[in-house]
Design a protein around this ligand. Structure first.
Ligand SMILES: Cc1ncc(C[n+]2csc(CCOP(=O)(O)OP(=O)(O)O)c2C)c(N)n1
Ligand SMILES: [Mg+2]
Length: 333
């Protein structure tokens, strides 16, 4: 159980988002197995608590660059199941007009940056938005956040970007999901410090760490980090310890993860469910209703997307949808 107990409504909201993300991941894996998805499907099983907590603590006006295991954070930040499914199924109605791979999606209109790469490439664009806002005198109390994995923490682009974030003292939060693996490479082969949070000071970041299998700890720790960035206390790094409960993508069965490692780590979703039940905040009936509603919501999005046209290069105007969103954003200011 987390050190600081957040309010029950926020905790239940996180539980519902985690359930929705799990239902979405399960359905995407099935769509992939049914050969309806081009490329692999990338799942965030086991990372929903940390990811969802981040999305919930960000607010309208912030910028968020999620990674491939952040379906919970995406939903929390405002991505709809329909936008997710439309992209995964390559529909022209999707935010990327069906032209990008299933994980390379975003929505400039809500500050969700379209995904470039899992290995550190998303930090600089977030910092660019924050710097541009500061120069234009429009930063206000907005913050930027980006997700990364343990392997991505050793990428060159990330090190350059974190240096700038520290030097400029930007209101930036780096969310690090140390899920013990980078594809099949174990984390002891990707970093040599005792814990990734030890790197925070080197970049001029405040460092925080939490148990990523404990939803309450995630809510409290990410909440403190986002609040500190918002209050002008400079960049923050939050490292969550957890295990990737799936393969790198659906093409990978993760059979290289030894049984003793699997059994050492919990799954944040059932753990949170049990805590909420023990505290009388959730009944078994409510939990199954929430699960069923999540499944139905995802299924409705799948049915809707399936009825829509796929991307057609012959008729596409090749205008980037985000361009239109940017124009709308400027008009709204
Ligand atoms: C330069 C480069 N090398 C390799 C890859 C392939 N690749 C994509 S993600 C990934 C592993 C990332 O591991 P981590 O950062 O720990 O994130 P996780 O997948 O565990 O969430 C690899 C090897 C890539 N995209 N770019
Ligand atoms: Mg990893």
């Amino acid at each position: 159980m987390g050190q600081i107990m957040t309010d029950p409504a926020l905790r239940l909201k996180l539980y519902k988002l985690m359930t929705l993300a799990r239902a979405s991941d399960d359905r995407m894996a099935k769509l992939k197995a049914q050969n309806e998805v081009a490329g692999s499907a990338f799942l965030g099983r086991g990372q929903e608590a940390f990811s969802g907590a981040a999305g919930l603590h960000l607010k309208s006006g912030d910028v968020f660059a999620p990674c491939i295991r952040d379906q919970a954070g995406r939903f929390a930040f405002g991505e709809t199941p329909l936008d997710c499914v439309r992209t995964v199924l390559g529909r022209s109605t999707g935010p990327m007009k069906g032209r990008d791979g299933n994980i390379h999606r975003g929505n400039w209109g809500i500050g969700l940056l379209p995904f470039i790469s899992h290995l550190g490439a998303m930090i600089s664009p977030v910092l660019g938005v924050l710097l541009a806002r500061r120069l234009a005198g429009r930063l206000g109390d907005s913050v930027g956040a980006a997700s990364i994995g343990d392997g991505g923490m050793s990428a060159g682009a990330l090190n350059e970007a974190l240096t700038i974030a520290g030097v400029e003292r930007l209101p930036f939060v780096l969310l690090v999901a140390d899920n013990r693996y980078s594809y099949s490479t174990t984390s002891d082969r990707t970093y040599a410090c005792a814990h990734l949070v030890d790197r925070a000071a080197a970049f001029g970041f405040a460092g925080h760490r939490c148990d990523g299998t404990d939803a309450d700890a995630c809510l409290a720790t990410v909440g403190a980090a986002v609040a500190a960035a918002r209050a002008g206390m400079g960049p923050q790094m939050v490292v969550a310890d957890l295990l990737r409960l799936a393969g790198h993508g659906t093409h990978d069965d993760a059979s290289y993860v030894p049984e003793d490692v699997r059994s050492r780590w919990g799954d944040c979703l059932p753990l949170f469910e049990r805590t909420l039940m023990q505290q009388g905040l959730l009944s078994a009936d409510e939990a199954s209703r929430i699960r069923e509603e999540a499944r139905a919501e995802i299924e409705a999005a799948v049915e809707q997307a399936r009825s829509e046209p796929q991307a057609d290069p012959a008729t596409d105007d090749w205008q980037v949808r985000s361009e239109r969103d940017l124009v709308n954003l400027r008009a709204a200011r």
